[in-house]
Design a protein around this ligand. Structure first.
Ligand SMILES: Nc1ncnc2c1ncn2[C@@H]1O[C@H](COP(=O)(O)OP(=O)(O)OP(=O)(O)O)[C@@H](O)[C@H]1O
Ligand SMILES: [Mg+2]
Length: 285
């Protein structure tokens, strides 16, 4: 196909030899299938910041450190320079997250480079060599759903151990290849420790996966992996070797129930003593 304008610099630099087809046009990026030498790869072209919602970006950016005062001020003012800086952070966030996740054992597309707002990565394919389907387009047997859900929980745990929350994990941002789920689309990934919205995003991510796999294996719908993992993480007890059960007992709730029962007992006791006092007083009359 004709080379899209945004891919031309990579063709000029010899990073891409030919553009085969447009795979998808998403909210935040256009995705192309390209040829690099003998390899077929995937090129994700980020759309301009102007075309994305800044409001939505704000909750993801929270907690991200920008050292330079000038950059920080410009980003707050949303000046052109500020938008440019935010754009660079957004684009490098995805390649950084993908690199980190691959290094800790999460199955994500292998990355090759990120230049001029284009991320060059592995094209995830199925057994036949065709582009892998999205999880949302795949029907699973109950057994497969349980197996893939377990693997997905393991990936999410590794991700959290590495300090990251995906932030937009759903059946649309997971591909399925021969070996199971492959996590994609990470420019919005947030820092688990410093972002105040991280816990809520984490729960949403985990519960989206529970809902999707649970449609094929209803037993999964009762699992509590989000609460279990976050509690371990907060205590500093989550490690890549942690064994998860999917069960979680809400300590604060049971403590509250105990306290309430004690309170009721105390009131009862007090009432009995009051009645006894009144009766004694009557007898004395
Ligand atoms: N490495 C890859 N291999 C195969 N297909 C991919 C790859 N990366 C992305 N795709 C395809 O392109 C689509 C869009 O990619 P991605 O989700 O990263 O971008 P996006 O602009 O954020 O999309 P959306 O807004 O739809 O979530 C994916 O749903 C998937 O079908
Ligand atoms: Mg996506």
């Amino acid at each position: 196909m004709k080379i899209p304008k945004r891919l031309q610099p990579l063709v000029d630099d010899g990073l891409i030899d030919a553009v085969i087809s447009r795979l998808m046009s998403g909210k935040e990026a256009d995705v192309f299938i390209v040829r690099c030498g003998d390899n077929i790869r995937c090129a994700k072209v980020y759309k301009d910041a102007m075309k994305r919602s800044f409001k939505k970006a704000a909750q993801y950016q929270e907690g991200k450190k920008v050292r330079s005062g000038r950059k920080a001020r410009a980003m707050e003012k949303h000046s052109n320079y500020g938008r440019q800086q935010q754009e660079i952070i957004w684009q490098s966030a995805e390649v950084d997250a993908l690199t980190l996740l691959a290094s800790v054992g999460v199955r994500v597309p292998e990355t090759f480079c990120c230049v001029d707002g284009v991320l060059l990565m592995e094209l995830v394919t199925d057994a036949a060599g065709d582009v892998a389907p999205r999880l949302g387009d795949v029907a699973l047997s109950e057994e497969q759903a349980i197996r893939d859900h377990t693997l997905m929980m393991h990936y999410i745990m590794l991700m959290l151990c590495a300090g990251l929350v995906h932030g937009d994990l759903s059946e649309f941002n997971v591909l399925v290849d021969d070996h199971g789920p492959v996590i994609i689309d990470l420019p919005q990934a947030v820092n688990a420790a410093s972002n105040n919205n991280a816990q809520a995003m984490f729960a949403r991510d985990v519960n989206n996966m529970r809902r999707y796999y649970g449609a094929f294996a209803p037993a999964l719908l009762h699992t509590q992996y989000a609460k279990e993992m976050w509690a371990l993480f907060e205590e500093g007890d989550l490690t890549p070797g942690s064994t998860l059960t999917g069960e979680f007992e809400d300590d604060s709730n049971s403590a509250d129930v105990d306290a309430l029962l004690e309170e009721i007992e105390a009131v009862k006791q007090e009432e009995q003593e009051r009645q006894a006092f009144i009766n004694n007083a009557k007898e004395d009359e």
